[in-house]
Design a protein. Structure first.
Length: 319
């Protein structure tokens, strides 16, 4: 294998984000279901639409991913990412989608991430699970993987060199979790994490979508999975289109209150000392215009991509 590529994948609980140099970005729902396990449920799926993954010494698995898996898949909420085959194989399918079509064999330096409080206990096992030889569809890949802590990686992209010295709060709002951290930016030195102000809480946007799902079931007696509602403003109920904008706004407003209250509680002694409170992540825009304590929130540009950009930047810098 002569071709070598550096690739960053953020396989979040809501969306998969992928980056590599000189290629279009990848963004797709984090939905994957084994076609072998659902082949008897009546689905008619063209074989060429399935993704095939086979790690050396293991069986081949066939999958439907992204929108094609929406009706059968559930969100990837496993805590043990090292033993979660679906997350592992969705990650390598994302690599396959990023690579140029002419590449049939390659060495991949891969960067991925974990929530802050999961990082210390899981990062080596996750790196090991994503290191080795794997065939993905028509490609043969050899992976070597490094794992970074979410939020900290985003610091590289949202607090650029030359930023004023002081304290910066970063809140990473994802589908399942919210990571929060404070970094100190000294004069003429890299940012330094203040560990006592960092943590992870399971207050991601999935909670709002679950509440919305429950409201829909109560009002119309119809089931929609939370991940199906992530971008919907209307739903189909017995042949009719029903607006869910009021129910959606109620769920999002209540979720926003819970998140801001939690951050305010944790950071109360230090909030007013921050240079800036920056929000990143796929659900960051929902917090636009809010104030936590007395500190206004700044939504990072391209907030959904902050972590994966940080992974790739670190990988390419050799840090």
């Amino acid at each position: 294998m002569d071709m070598s590529y550096r690739i960053a994948i953020d396989c979040g609980h809501g969306f998969v984000k992928g980056l590599m140099a000189y290629q279009p970005r990848l963004l797709m729902p984090s939905l994957i279901v084994s076609a072998d396990e659902t082949s008897d449920t009546g689905h008619i799926v063209a074989s060429e639409s399935l993704d095939r993954v086979q790690w050396t010494g293991q069986p081949q698995y066939r999958y439907r991913v992204g929108e094609t898996a929406a009706l059968d898949a559930s969100s990837l909420f496993s805590r043990n990412k090292a033993q979660d085959r679906l997350t592992r194989d969705l990650t390598v399918i994302a690599i396959d989608r990023l690579l140029p079509p002419e590449v049939l064999a390659a060495r991949i330096q891969l960067a991925v991430g974990l929530p802050l409080t999961w990082y210390h206990t899981m990062h080596q096992a996750v790196a090991d699970s994503l290191t080795g030889d794997v065939r993905v569809n028509q490609r043969q890949l050899r992976l070597h993987t490094v794992v970074f802590p979410q939020g900290i990686a985003a610091v590289l992209t949202v607090i650029p060199p030359g930023s004023p010295s002081g304290l910066y709060g970063v809140v990473d709002v994802g589908y399942r979790t919210v990571d929060f951290l404070i970094v100190e930016v000294p004069d003429h030195a890299p940012p330094r994490l203040m560990g006592s102000w960092a943590g992870t809480v399971e207050l991601g946007i999935a909670q709002a979508m679950q509440q919305l799902s429950n409201q829909i079931n109560d009002q119309w007696q119809v089931d929609y999975a939370p991940h199906e509602l992530a971008t919907k403003l209307t739903i189909t109920v017995r042949g009719k289109q029903q607006s869910i904008q009021v129910e959606r706004q109620k769920a999002l407003s209540q979720w926003q209150e819970r998140v801001t209250e939690r951050i305010q509680t944790v950071w109360a002694p230090i909030l007013s000392r921050l240079q800036s409170l920056i929000v990143v992540g796929g659900a960051a825009s929902i917090l636009a215009g809010t104030v936590i304590g007395t500190m206004p929130v700044t939504i990072a540009p391209e907030s959904q991509w902050a972590n994966v950009q940080g992974y790739l930047q670190t990988l390419e810098s050799g840090q």
